[in-house]
Write a protein that binds this ligand. Structure first.
Ligand code: ANZ
Ligand code: ZN
Length: 836
């Protein structure tokens, strides 16, 4: 029958659902709301492979289920379309990126539609649409206004041969991906966002979130809170001291040297006093070439050079100690200097052995200490806690107490104090690229002069303008600052974006004083648009404000966010940061954007490797849908294994799913001619199935929900006639997974129903707890594997209940007399076996 072909019924229902606006979420309703969100895709030229929609299918299942449970559900979709791939493609083909994006979106949207995903397309957004990025720019300018954006010289990856800055993704093993020249670090002026100002809140508020524990942990580690002490070490014959951050101030009596980072300002300040400057200079040049990662890799041997001719003084006991530079010390962390304690830090120990520095033990282990040679010298650092020794008045304190007392002492002398440091840095927010949001700032010499000469009225300049003299933010009415068309998209040779070449765009008037000024020509990074997109879906057409506050209060926060675990840190941290800022300026009313987070596991190629074009193992959803239909693809992707797991694609298993759906079709088409209200055989199974499928959907256990439906089908297939209810429940429970087929079968079962009345307007089946347990069933009692008795118990009775009943049996008692039960094996609803 042609009308049964998936390709025909799927298109038919998709058209009807669209026409009846089945998926449009209503702003405001008496129903409880639920906002379920997918991580929106980057619309690449290749289109989707079967791995991409796994998460989208899952949210679709939940969304359809929740609507049947009476929720007002918001399930939107959009496009994260700025970024390098479109730009590189544009460079190669000389087509404007906007056209490339438009074409790709069309393809993606077609593919998502083909899968029957129930998005509310009326709310679609696209991060490259000026009407959208107007608000991305607006948020930036608000951050600027509040002093959260500052300009700083920051190093970028620079290819000396291509004369261009490179994104991290474009550096492979330290080399340029285009010409394989060694990439160097080059400092250029960048816009930086003060995400570190939110460190404490970003940490604290993680606690209340229903997120996978490993992801929370990754965020905590990324933020990297570290509590310790800062302490100043004076330099002989020089006024300013070196300030050091340490988590182990209890080891200060064991300090044998200081090591400062190559970029530490003291190195240049002391130049005239350093006796071996040529050697130092050579070291500095070498260090500049290395990335931070290369410098700090634990396995790499640590190097350093002593600054000859100068000495530092150990604050605690007045001892003179040498000062070194070493590139394993990071310039931007904890003051860029460390105190070297070889006895208690392995890195320092290795450094001391290599450069022949003394090793002073100052902590005694309370258990077994470090290994020693025959002379008693330690063979490794003892990094643990213990009791202070060789530490003057502080000897005999425990490490913890020692830290407390030493910090107190330093504080009282004005030489140091408690300090909390964070590993993560402020966010470098500018890119020297074309295809991104223009940064809405101009530079005005006149305003700069005013600020420098303090020739302004109170309140004339905002916090950001005071912090960055000369930089003026565009006003809201000047937004969006539209990305102009250019002739060439490749980066310029100077490390500036191609926008710098458009003279009549760059030259403009200062929005504050009207003087001639220049626009910022860097653009925003790809992350910007995805920092707040979930807000815009709620009110995507609003021309007056980012989001209407009534709608914000109704829909937010997002109840459930689903996407790949690769976004565990950056995207989720950046979005949380922006959300908190928007909370502070009263745009949103919740402290966190995403209450619950679920990560989908990858779908691997049939060979168990990651699916990719280069590996040649890509499976296209178009081919699968063509052969089996969207419902088979959907059910298969949900059935293939645990949602979070990485699972290889299997053509064989998809055949199994195809057979399952065909059996469902058969039992409904044939069964509706054999209706018998008196047949109540499957009742218990029916209630059990409703219970299990309902619970499993809520817990993202789609695979077990489907296997439960398969068992239910087995049960039904044993029957010769059917209670209408049993058939209905099969379709209703299956419909979130296989929407097209079930919609068709639902109408087969109810031929008088209007085509516009969807199965998704039906109510989700309810179960009765007492009916999930059948009456009495017989259970076998074995003793050491031999059948000794049979008893009746209620279906589903627990081990304890069955045990208690079994011990009452005379036969059992006889066989157990004077025997000890070593082990009890229990199979629910089947047997209990006492091993003696
Ligand atoms: C002396 C010491 C003795 C240290 C000891 C450890 C053990 P977190 O914050 O957990 O990373 N450190 C400080 N600043 C650094 C920098 N800019 N680059 C590289 N290393 C730096 O740990 C802080 C510890 O890392 C500090 O404590 C310091 O070494 C080192 F037995 O100071 B410690
Ligand atoms: Zn001005």
């Amino acid at each position: 029958m042609a009308a049964n072909k998936p390709s025909i019924i799927e298109k038919k229902w998709q058209r009807i659902w669209e026409k009846t606006k089945l998926y449009q979420a209503k702003d405001f309703s008496k129903k409880p709301k639920y906002y379920i969100l997918d991580m929106f895709p980057y619309p690449s030229g290749e289109g989707l492979h079967v791995g991409h929609p796994k998460g989208y299918i899952a949210t679709d299942v939940i969304c359809r289920y929740l609507k049947m449970k009476g929720y007002n559900v918001l399930h939107p979709m959009g496009w994260d379309a700025f970024g390098l791939p479109a730009e590189n493609y544009a460079i190669k083909t000389k087509t404007p990126p906007s056209l490339v994006v438009e074409k790709n979106i069309k393809k993606f949207k077609g593919q998502l539609g083909m899968l029957g995903l129930d998005y509310d397309w009326a709310r679609e957004i696209n991060t490259t649409d000026p009407e959208y990025y107007k608000w991305t720019q607006w948020i930036f300018s608000k951050m600027f206004e509040h002093g959260l954006a500052y300009s700083a010289d920051a190093p970028i990856n620079w290819c000396p041969s291509c004369k261009t800055g490179l994104a991290n993704e474009e550096v492979e093993g330290g080399k340029c991906f285009r010409c394989e020249t060694q990439v160097v670090r080059k400092k250029i002026k960048q816009w930086v966002l003060k995400i570190t100002a939110y460190a404490e809140r970003l940490l604290e508020d993680l606690e209340g979130l229903d997120w996978p524990e490993p992801i929370k942990l990754m965020q905590r580690n990324w933020i990297g809170r570290s509590e310790g002490t800062v302490v100043e070490f004076p330099i002989s014959n020089f006024e300013s001291p070196i300030s050091v951050f340490t988590t182990r101030i209890d080891t200060i009596f064991g300090v044998v040297a200081l090591v400062v980072a190559p970029e530490h300002k003291i190195v240049r300040e002391l130049k005239s006093k350093i006796l071996n400057w040529p050697e130092i200079e050579k070291y500095l040049t070498e260090a500049e070439k290395k990335s931070e990662l290369e410098r700090t890799e634990l396995q790499k041997e640590k190097t350093g050079v002593e600054l000859k001719g100068i000495k530092a003084v150990n604050t605690i006991n007045g001892e003179e100690i040498p000062i070194w530079i070493g590139d394993y010390v990071i310039g931007s962390y904890g003051g860029g200097a460390v105190m070297v304690v070889p006895a208690h830090d392995q890195r320092d120990y290795d450094f001391a052995i290599k450069y022949n520095l003394p090793i002073k033990e100052v902590i005694k282990s309370l258990n077994q200490g470090p290994e020693r040679d025959e002379k008693g010298k330690i063979l490794e650092a003892y990094e643990g806690e213990g009791v202070l020794i060789n530490s003057g008045n502080f000897s005999d304190l425990t490490s913890g107490k020692g830290r407390e007392e030493l910090t107190k002492w330093l504080n009282s002398k004005g030489l140091g104090g408690k300090k909390v440091n964070y590993k993560f840095r402020d966010w470098i927010f500018s890119r020297q690229r074309y295809w991104g949001e223009p940064i809405p700032l101009v530079f005005c010499e006149k305003c700069k002069e005013k600020i420098e000469k303090k020739d302004y009225k109170k309140g004339e300049f905002n916090q950001g303008e005071m912090l960055n003299p000369g930089w003026i933010a565009l006003r809201e009415r000047d937004l969006p600052l539209v990305l102009p068309r250019v002739k060439a998209y490749q980066p310029t040779g100077t490390g500036e974006s191609p926008l710098a070449n458009i003279k009549n765009w760059v030259e403009t008037k200062c929005p504050k004083c009207g003087a001639r000024s220049r626009r910022e020509t860097n653009t925003m990074p790809q992350w910007a648009g995805s920092c707040w997109y979930y807000l815009r879906y709620v009110d995507s057409k609003n021309k007056k404000e980012l989001i209407n506050s009534k709608k914000e209060r109704y829909w937010l926060p997002v109840d459930c966010y689903v996407g790949g675990a690769e976004h565990a840190v950056l995207h989720l941290l950046y979005a949380r940061f922006w959300h908190k800022f928007l909370y502070d300026i009263d745009v949103v009313t919740s402290k966190e954007p995403f209450m619950k987070l679920k990560n989908q596991g990858m779908i691997l190629g049939e060979n168990g490797e990651k699916m990719s074009k280069s590996r040649g193992n890509v499976v296209s959803p178009d081919d699968i849908v063509k052969k089996y239909g969207a419902d088979v693809l959907r059910v298969y992707e949900m059935f293939m294994g645990p949602f979070e797991g990485a699972i290889p694609w299997s053509t064989q298993s998809i055949e199994g799913v195809n057979r399952f759906l065909n059996r469902v079709k058969k039992i409904i088409t044939e069964g509706r001619k054999k209706i018998d209200p008196k047949n109540n055989n499957p009742e218990i199974t029916r209630h059990q199935t409703i219970k299990k499928v309902t619970q499993d959907i809520l817990n993202f256990k789609f695979n077990t929900a489907i296997s439960c439906l398969m068992e239910y089908l087995n049960k039904l297939e044993e029957e010769k006639s059917f209670n209408l209810k049993d058939l209905e429940v099969l379709i209703l429970l299956l419909c979130p997974f296989a929407p097209h087929l079930t919609e068709e079968l639902w109408h087969n079962l109810h031929p008088r129903l209007s085509k516009n009345k969807s199965i998704f307007g039906e109510i989700w089946p309810e179960y009765q707890e007492e009916l999930t347990i059948s009456g009495e069933i017989e259970i076998i009692i074995q003793i050491s594997g031999k059948l000794r008795d049979k008893i009746s118990v209620f279906r589903g009775a627990s081990k304890e209940e069955v045990e208690e009943r079994a011990f009452k049996s005379q036969k059992v008692q006889k066989h157990l007399e004077n025997k000890q039960v070593k082990k009890t094996i229990f199979v629910q609803d089947r047997l209990i076996n006492f091993v003696i």
